[in-house]
Every structure is written in C-alpha cells, then in structure tokens.
Design a protein around this ligand. Structure first.
Ligand code: EPZ
Length: 417
C-alpha cells in the first residue's frame, strides 16, 4: 500500500482540469459489452477502478485498448457471460455488469459483491426489479445466476430507493427488452444521464424525466459508438475543499455548476466566492471561513454523499459548528477517527456527526479506510501544521487521477511513497 507525506499550510493557487467522472465511466464501459462492434470512450480517467473494469472486459472476450484518456472496446468476440469471484472482489461496483451481460448474452453469472467500508451494500433493489422484468434470478452459494427464459418484457418499476446501481442495471437490462419499461423514483445523478446518452448514441431509446422517471423503449440491437465522459463532480468538489481550506484561489476547468447545484451553496455559505467563466469554475476562499450549519446527504440533486468526507475536513476549519447527517450509507464516517487524531473536534452519534470548527490541526501519522475518506484526510493534512503521513492511500487511486500531481501543481507539498 502507498503512503502520502504532506507538508501543510501552503496556499493553493492555479488552474486544474477536472478528470472524467469515475461513476460515469464504469457503467459506460460495462454497457459497451451490450453494443456490437467498437465503442470509443474519451475523457476516461486513469484510475485503478477503470483498470479492474478493463480486466473484466478482457476476461469476457472484449478487445480493449487504452491511449491516455481514450479507451476503445470491441465487444464483437465476447465469449463469456460470467464474472469470477476474484474480479468481483476487486471492485464491488462491477455488479453493474449484471444488466449489461443480460442484454449482451441473455445470461449473467456474478458473485455477490462484497460489502465494503461504507456498509453492507445490498443489491435487493437490483434483483427485485430484474425478477419483475421476467428474469430468472437464482442466488446460490454466494453467486447470482440470471437467465432470460423468454423475451424480457418491459414493465413499470417503482424503486423503493433511488439506487444508482439498481437504476443502471435496470436500464442496461431494459434497453433490449420487448416494449416499454418505465422506472419511477429512479436515481437522477448526472452519471445516469451520461449512461443514457451513451446508450442512445448506440441506438437505444431512453428518455429521462425531471422527477426521477426513466422511460426505455427496447430495441433489437445496439451498435458501438464514440462518447466523451462528463467531468467528475465529486473530484471537482474535493478540489474545491482543498482550495477553500488553504485560503486558495483555484480554477476548475470542466467544473459543471449544474452538477454541483447542492455543493456550491455550501461553499458560498462558508464565504467562498464562486465564479463561473465559460466551462471554468473559480473558487476564491475568504480569509476566515464560516461554518455551513447543516449538511444532510441525499440522492441527487441533494448534497452528494461522496462529497461529505472532504467537506467535513473543510468544516473543521470554519467558524462555528456544522451538523452532518449521512442518509445514504450506513457507516460513511471512517475518516472521523483519523481527523480527530489530527486535532479535529467531532462528535458522532449514529448517522449524525457534529463538527466543531476553528480547530487547529497538527500533522501526524494517520490511515485511510476508503476512497472519499482518504480524500478527507488529504484535505485536512493540507491545512494541518507540519508533516502528515497518510498510510493506505491506494484507495485514492480508485477515484482520483494523479491526486498528488494535481495538488502539487496548485502549490501543495504532497509526496507519494
Ligand atoms: C453509487 O454507488 C456510487 N458508485 C457511489 O460512489 C455513490 O456513493 C452512490 O452511488 C450514491 O450516490 C458508483 O457509481 C460506482 P446506491 P451504489 O445503490 O450504486 C442502498 C464513490 O465514492 N441500497 O445508490 O452502490 C445502499 O446500501 C462511490 O465513488 C439498497 O439498500 O449506490 C446504500 O445505502 C461510493 N439496496 C444506498 O442504497 C440496493 O439494492 C445507496 O446505494 C441498492 C442500494
């Protein structure tokens, strides 16, 4: 496992390019197996999660080449419709291959995705929807076996929770079903829209309404296409936190304000000046940060759970107290113990974390436990006095492209060892 050595209290200034969205690239790469021929995916971030997805695509028989941020997938010679345990274990979100394989091969066999540091991560909503669409789903010895008996019939599906992964799996299954599938209370994240745009470019017929409704009219074939991944709103929010805690003035090239509609007001409440210049977002930190009073994570367009950890690190530096309520994941507070080791004053009661602001942080040795928690620790280390060593920072490579290089380009001192 790698570690980062960070010298804190350096002002951040400059312009960075926001990477392509991890949570858009993963489902789109999986979806390419359901499209015949070649798909060319641009602005694909270089991340370890993308590496695992490419490994899975090659295991299935796809030809995959990567040149910088462009990944080309040729799914002509798919030979398998299963994902082995070891590959599922490497990345739990590979459950997204379920719908893509059902569409591509009429059958899919994957192992139950493991839980992770955020909680059990069940897939009951996924499986209930597939069964309602007429797919035979057998769960046996930790494996899920999905078979289409006769043609999949489109149907109405009301999700009990707007699950991102379940929405994606249903869309990927319904694109080649017979007739119309209507999903209500679907996830509406920008990454879902990006997946639908990719599939429509492949010949699918998908429309997304404002109120979390997705309508899919099944088609017989999908053909590979060329697509450019949207910018990563969570990476953008993370760099905004880094700039804000360091009294910085940073420009995010590719930050899309509408994708950050619940995040930007939090930074404005902190006293940051946010300016939009064409496709650039400029964030200027105030001399003294004011605490955002109350942050509750919600499905999009609410405040994104993935931004909660780095924003919590920001909250430790703001005048006042911030109350966080994590409504999406059961235990997404693993970073709190490590922030406290740096000197933060945080009280945790179940899903509620109360962060006392205006705390001086002091560098020490700390450990990362998950991707966004690691981003919180880096954010805190940037405004801690002295040297902080963060262990187990391989997590960062799952979701942030060249995190250390980007921060150093803004004036930080981050050494990856
Ligand atoms: C996606 O995870 C993202 N991952 C997560 O980002 C993100 O935090 C999450 O959506 C919420 O926005 C990818 O897109 C690869 P969910 P996903 O299904 O699809 C419960 C990151 O840091 N649930 O919307 O797994 C579940 O337990 C990652 O980039 C069920 O109960 O999220 C969780 O509490 C972390 N049953 C909540 O819903 C189900 O069948 C949200 O899950 C499915 C989900």
């Amino acid at each position: 496992m790698s570690k980062l050595v960070i010298e804190g209290l350096r002002p951040l200034c400059g312009e960075i390019n926001v990477q392509g969205a991890k949570n858009s690239a993963l489902p789109i790469l999986a979806a390419s197996v359901a499209a015949r021929g070649e798909s060319v995916i641009h602005n694909c971030p270089r991340l370890s999660d993308i590496d695992v997805t490419i490994k899975i695509l090659r295991y299935l028989g796809c030809k995959v080449t990567r040149e910088g941020n462009t990944v080309t997938v040729d799914s002509t010679d798919i030979i398998r419709d299963d994902i082995p345990l070891e590959l599922m274990r490497e990345m739990r979100s590979s459950i997204i291959f379920l719908g893509a394989l059902i569409s591509a091969a009429g059958h899919a066999r994957v192992s139950f995705p493991g839980g992770c540091d955020l909680g059990p991560r069940p897939i009951d909503i996924h499986l209930k929807a597939l069964r309602k669409m007429g797919i035979t789903v057998n769960e046996h010895r930790g494996f899920i076996d999905c078979t289409i008996n006769k043609n999949i019939k489109g149907c109405k599906l009301a999700l009990e929770f707007p699950s991102v992964g379940a929405t994606e799996n249903i869309i990927l299954t319904a694109v080649k079903a017979q007739g119309r599938t209507i999903i209500t209370n679907a996830a509406a994240e920008p990454e879902i829209i990006d997946l639908c745009d990719f599939l429509n470019s492949c010949g699918a017929k998908i429309t997304t309404g404002d109120s979390g409704t997705v309508i899919i009219d099944g088609v017989s074939t999908l053909n590979g296409c060329s697509h450019c991944i949207i910018p990563d709103r969570i990476a953008a929010a993370t760099y905004m936190c880094a700039g804000a805690v360091c009294g910085g003035d940073i420009v995010l090239n590719g930050g899309i304000p509408s994708h950050l509609s619940a995040v930007i007001p939090v930074f404005e409440e902190c006293g940051c000046i946010i300016m939009q210049e064409q496709s650039k977002l400029r964030v200027i930190a105030p001399d003294r940060l004011k605490a955002p009073k109350f942050i509750r994570t919600m499905p999009y367009p609410g405040f994104p759970t993935d931004a909660q950890p780095p924003v919590m690190a920001l909250a430790t530096q703001c005048d006042g107290t911030t109350v966080f309520v994590e409504n999406i994941f059961e235990s997404r507070y693993n970073h709190i113990s490590e922030l406290i080791r740096l000197g933060a004053k945080i009280k945790l009661e179940g899903r509620v974390a109360v962060v006392e602001g205006n705390t001086s942080l002091y560098g020490t040795n700390i450990h990362a436990f998950d991707l966004r928690g690691a981003a919180a620790l880096v954010t805190a280390a940037l405004c801690a006095e002295g040297k902080t060593v963060i262990y187990d920072t391989d997590y960062l490579e799952r979701g942030y492209e060249d995190f250390d290089v980007v921060l150093n380009s803004l004036g930080a001192s981050v050494k990856k060892i």
